[in-house]
Ligand binder design. Structure first.
Ligand code: FAD
Length: 488
C-alpha cells in the first residue's frame, strides 16, 4: 500500500472543513488542514452567520428604542447610527468566537494546520507553498462566494457583497439590494432599521421564493411597513456608476424600464462554488457551475476524495456543512458507509418576524404530489407574544394522509429557536399526542408548538362520537349554558 504523508487532507477551514478536521484528528487520523486565508473559521464566522446575526441584533435594539412608547415607556429621540461602532461590535463578537477556531486548538486536537493555496498534482498529491504533500483521502470544503450576475455594467461598478458589508465605516444613506433571498432580506431589513433608504429588486414575484407564499408575503409586508421598497418580478437591464450614486435600470413587472439610484448596491443573488485554483481536473474531480458533484456518501468522482459544505451546492447552511462533515468522517475515517438524508434539515431566515422551516412546506408537498392537511395557530393567540408585543405570524403544521407530521413552518418571534422542538419531534418520530400532552411552561412562545398539535387533536377528542359515547356510558347531561351552536 502506498505510503502517504497524511491519512486525511482537508482543504478549507470553514464549518465543513473544521468539523472533519476536528473529528478525524480526535479519532487518531493524521490530518492536515489547509486554509487560504490567514485565519480559520470560514464565511460563517467572518462574513456570514456571525456578523449578520450580530448586525441584526444591533438593528433590532435600535428599532425597539424607536418604539419605546409602544411598551409604555418614555419616547426616546434616538441619534443616528454610527455604523463604525456597529462594525466594531461585529469584530469583537467574531474575535471571541475565533478562539474556538484557532490554529492552536486544532493543533491540540492533533491536526496540522497550514495556510496557503493548494493545487492538486494528481488525486493524492497537492503542491502547497512550494512543497508537495500527499494524503490517502482528501476532503474539499472550500465553500462558496457571492455570485456575480452577468448584468451589463456590474463589472465596472463598485458594489457590496457579504465580504464588505459588515465592515463599512459609515452607514450608507441609501442602498439597492439585488436579490430576495435570506441574506438579502436580513440585510435589507437591518439597514432600513438603521436608517438607510432600502429598495429591493427581486427577479421572482416573491421574496424568499423557497418558502410558502403566505409566509414570505407577511415578512415582506412587515418590512414594507418599516420602509423597505420592493420591486418584484423584475429583470435588471444595466448597472452604472453616476458620480456619488449607482444606478440600476430594470424592467418592472409591467415591462416598463425604470431606474433606481442609491449610494450603495448590495448584490445578494446566490452563491458560486469556490472551485477555482485547485486544479481539480488533475485530481479527476468533476464539478459544474453549481459545485462539486458528489454521491449520497459525499464521494466525488474520485471515491477517495470527498466534498462537504457549500462547495457541493446542495444546502448552503452552516449546520448542513457540519452535518456533512460528520458524514465524511463516517465514510473516510470509520469506513462505515453513511448517506446524507436531508428530509428533516431545518433552516431559518432571521428577519423580524423570523421564518423557520423543517421538512415539507405546502409548495414542496404540492410539487411532490403529496396530499396533506395544514394546521395553523396564530401568534396573536399566544399570551407571551402579546406580552412581548410580537404577535405577527403563525405556525403551520403539515400532516400527511396518515396524519403524520411531514413539515412545520414557523413565522414569528424566535421562530428558529421554537423550531428546535420540532427537530426533536420529527427526527425522533414523537407522536403529536405526546407533544400536545407534554407540560410546557406558561407563558412561553413555545406553547404555540403544543397549541398547534392540540388544535389538530382537539377535533378528535371533542368529536360528536366521543361526546355521544360519554353520554351513553356515564349519562352526562350535556350543556349547562347556551345552545349547541359553536362558540363565536
Ligand atoms: C451573509 C450570510 C449569512 C449567513 N447566515 C447563515 C445563518 O444564519 N445560518 C446558516 O446556517 N448559514 C448561514 N450562512 C451560510 C453559511 O455561512 C455557509 O453555509 C457556511 O459557511 C458553509 O460552510 P463551508 O465550510 O462549506 O464554507 P466556508 O465557511 O465558506 O469555508 C470555506 C473555507 O475554505 C477556504 N478556501 C476557499 N478556497 C480555498 C482554497 N483554494 N484553498 C484553501 N482554502 C480555501 C475559505 O477561505 C474558507 O475559510 C450565511 C452566509 C452568508 C453569506
Amino acid at each position: 500500500m502506498a505510503d502517504y504523508d497524511y491519512d486525511l487532507g482537508v482543504i478549507g477551514g470553514g464549518a465543513a472543513g473544521l468539523t472533519v478536521t476536528a473529528g478525524a484528528a480526535r479519532l487518531g487520523a493524521k490530518t492536515i488542514l489547509i486554509e487560504k486565508e490567514e485565519v480559520l473559521g470560514g464565511d460563517c464566522l467572518h462574513f456570514g452567520c456571525v456578523p449578520s446575526k450580530t448586525l441584526i441584533k444591533s438593528a433590532r435594539v435600535y428599532h425597539q428604542m424607536k418604539r419605546a412608547e409602544l411598551f409604555g415607556l418614555p419616547r426616546i429621540d434616538v441619534g443616528p447610527v454610527d455604523f463604525a461602532k456597529v462594525a466594531d461590535r461585529i469584530r469583537s463578537v467574531i474575535a471571541r468566537i475565533q478562539v474556538h477556531d484557532s490554529e492552536e486548538r486544532f493543533c491540540k486536537l492533533g491536526a496540522r494546520v497550514e495556510f496557503g493555496r493548494p493545487r492538486f498534482l494528481d488525486d493524492h498529491e497537492v503542491r502547497l507553498n512550494g512543497r508537495k504533500l500527499t494524503a490517502r483521502n482528501w476532503v474539499i470544503a472550500t465553500g462558496s462566494s457571492p455570485a456575480a450576475p452577468p448584468f451589463p455594467g456590474l463589472d465596472t461598478t463598485p458594489y457590496l457583497t457579504n465580504r464588505k458589508i459588515f465592515s463599512l465605516d459609515r452607514l450608507p444613506r441609501s442602498m439597492i439590494v439585488l436579490g430576495g433571498g435570506p441574506i438579502a432580506m436580513e440585510m435589507a431589513q437591518s439597514f432600513c432599521r438603521f436608517g438607510t433608504e432600502v429598495s429591493v429588486i427581486q427577479r421572482s414575484g416573491q421574496i424568499l421564493s423557497r418558502e410558502d407564499r403566505d409566509m414570505a408575503d407577511l415578512v415582506m409586508q412587515t418590512m414594507a411597513a418599516e420602509g423597505v421598497r420592493f420591486h418584484l418580478g423584475t429583470a435588471v437591464e444595466s448597472i452604472r456608476e453616476l458620480g456619488r450614486e449607482k444606478q440600476v435600470a430594470f424592467r418592472d413587472i409591467s415591462g416598463r424600464v425604470v431606474t433606481a439610484a442609491a449610494e450603495e448596491i448590495l448584490v445578494a443573488m446566490g452563491r458560486s462554488p469556490n472551485v477555482d485554483d485547485l486544479d481539480l481536473e488533475k485530481a479527476g474531480v468533476e464539478y459544474s457551475h453549481k459545485g462539486i458533484v458528489v454521491d449520497s456518501r459525499l464521494r466525488t468522482s474520485r471515491r477517495h476524495i470527498f466534498a462537504a459544505g457549500d462547495i457541493t451546492g446542495a444546502y448552503q447552511f452552516t449546520h448542513a456543512a457540519g452535518y456533512e462533515g460528520g458524514i465524511v468522517i463516517s465514510n473516510a475515517v470509520f469506513r462505515l458507509p453513511r448517506k446524507t438524508d436531508y428530509t428533516y434539515l431545518p433552516w431559518c431566515t432571521y428577519t423580524s418576524p423570523e421564518l423557520a422551516s423543517i421538512g415539507m412546506n405546502e409548495k414542496n408537498a404540492a410539487k411532490a404530489g403529496i396530499h396533506c392537511s395544514v394546521w395553523k395557530e396564530e401568534f396573536s393567540n399566544n399570551d407571551r407574544s402579546l406580552a412581548e408585543g410580537e404577535e405577527s405570524g403563525f405556525i403551520k403544521l403539515l400532516l400527511n394522509e396518515k396524519e403524520k407530521p411531514i413539515g412545520v413552518q414557523i413565522l414569528g418571534p424566535h421562530a428558529g429557536d421554537l423550531l428546535a422542538e420540532w427537530v426533536a419531534v420529527m427526527n425522533g418520530g414523537v407522536k403529536l399526542s405526546t407533544l400536545a400532552g407534554a407540560i410546557h411552561p406558561y407563558p412561553t412562545l413555545g406553547e404555540i408548538n403544543k397549541q398547534v398539535a392540540g388544535t389538530f387533536l382537539s377535533g378528535k377528542i371533542f368529536s360528536d362520537t366521543v361526546k355521544k359515547g360519554l353520554k351513553l356510558f356515564f349519562n352526562l347531561k350535556g350543556r349547562a349554558c347556551g345552545s349547541d351552536e359553536p362558540a363565536p
